[in-house]
Unconditional design. Structure first.
Length: 368
């Protein structure tokens, strides 16, 4: 790995921040543990406390199969600095097989203000929670009730690792949504979707999130709903409202989701038709393409006929493609619209697309 040698060299830098960053970064390359372990063990003697702490945590991640690592870290279990002492306990839990007795320490650590310490503890607690859900889950739920950062977000990460085994935590998680800030709400949405395969808890909160003032919240909700396509009838009305979202990316995402729902997205067709007159070309093109995914109807044909007269060739191109798709069930209607606009079309590429679509509809066997 090309990144490792420069990081090892950076452990000798005069700047303690550079050394600490290098020590932390080496923990992300477990495949290079043989090369990194000895330099990190040497860094345990660094005069800067942050360098020592990062070396301890990185050794906890990559030093499991290296001689002398456990003994070197054990020297810090009674360190005068409480965070260093905690880091040593976390690293040893990672290097050995943790048991139930380590849970209180890890729960304390995931709430630590030092990000590296909290992150390392969260990783180990997540692994332990998978092995001992009955021992871990009740304590993690209590931590969520306290709703103190950073423990709250890290506790949610632990629950995500547990997936369906954390289902009993859903009422507690959902109850914390309304009082959360933007990041907390996003974390809650992501967690609920991860551990609620049925959607019984997820769908109500996702639908609520679609009306949040923060565009990021609405985007997270839209993405979360994609997991519950089989229950589209419960949220198609709510997602249809996002076709007029103030955020362009959310509008495009909503169109894409509706298109992906297949026939379950049919109730949104009237709103998709309205978007043929939208001011944004990308919205027009996406909506028109989506209309081509639904069964032909007089309303859809009228909308595509209108789109064929648009001043932007990209819109006309999308309409041609849509007419070609829905024309399978009514070739006469689709061809008549295409030929009507062919006479007025000036864009060479669009004229060729019209000719190709007409030929395909007239000769479906040839198109195959």
């Amino acid at each position: 790995m090309r990144a490792v040698p420069p990081l090892i060299e950076a452990l000798k830098d005069k700047d303690a921040k550079v050394r600490a960053n290098a020590a932390e970064s080496l923990g992300f390359f477990p495949s290079e543990s043989t090369a990194s372990t000895r330099p990190l063990m040497n860094a345990l003697n660094d005069g800067d406390i942050e360098v020592r702490r990062m070396a301890i945590l990185s050794l906890g991640k990559i030093g499991r199969h290296e001689l002398g690592v456990i003994e070197a870290i054990q020297k810090f279990v009674n360190d005068s600095d409480q965070t260093t002492k905690l880091d040593a306990a976390i690293a040893l839990a990672s290097l050995t097989k943790p048991d139930e007795s380590t849970i209180p320490t890890l729960l304390q650590a995931i709430s630590n203000k030092e990000q590296a310490t909290a992150k390392a503890a969260t990783r180990i607690l997540g692994n332990l929670a998978i092995e001992m859900p009955d021992k871990t889950l009740p304590r993690v739920i209590e931590l969520i009730k306290d709703k103190k950062q950073p423990g709250f977000s890290n506790a949610l990460r632990v629950l995500k690792r547990m997936k369906a085994n954390a289902a009993s935590a859903l009422p507690t998680i959902v109850s914390a949504y309304d009082s959360g800030d933007a990041q907390e709400r996003a974390d809650i949405l992501e967690t609920v979707v991860a551990i609620d395969p049925s959607g019984d808890y997820a769908l109500p909160i996702l639908i609520k999130a679609l009306k949040e003032p923060d565009a990021f919240d609405r985007k997270e909700a839209l993405m979360g709903l994609m997991r519950y396509r089989s229950k589209a009838d419960q949220f198609i009305a709510a997602i249809s409202e996002r076709l007029n979202d103030s955020d362009l990316d959310n509008r495009l995402l909503a169109i894409g989701i509706i298109r992906g729902l297949g026939q379950k997205g049919a109730p949104a067709v009237p709103k998709l038709i309205e978007l043929v007159d939208d001011q944004d070309v990308r919205v027009k093109v996406s909506a028109i393409s989506a209309l081509g995914s639904f069964p032909a109807s007089p309303e859809i044909f009228d909308a595509l006929d209108k789109a064929m007269g648009d001043s932007d060739y990209r819109v006309r191109g999308a309409a041609i493609a849509a007419l070609k798709r829905i024309g399978v069930s009514n070739a006469y209607k689709a061809i008549s619209i295409l030929q009507k606009h062919d006479a007025e079309e000036k864009h060479d590429g669009t004229k060729r697309a019209i000719a190709s679509a007409v030929d395909s509809l007239k000769n479906p066997q040839k198109a195959r």
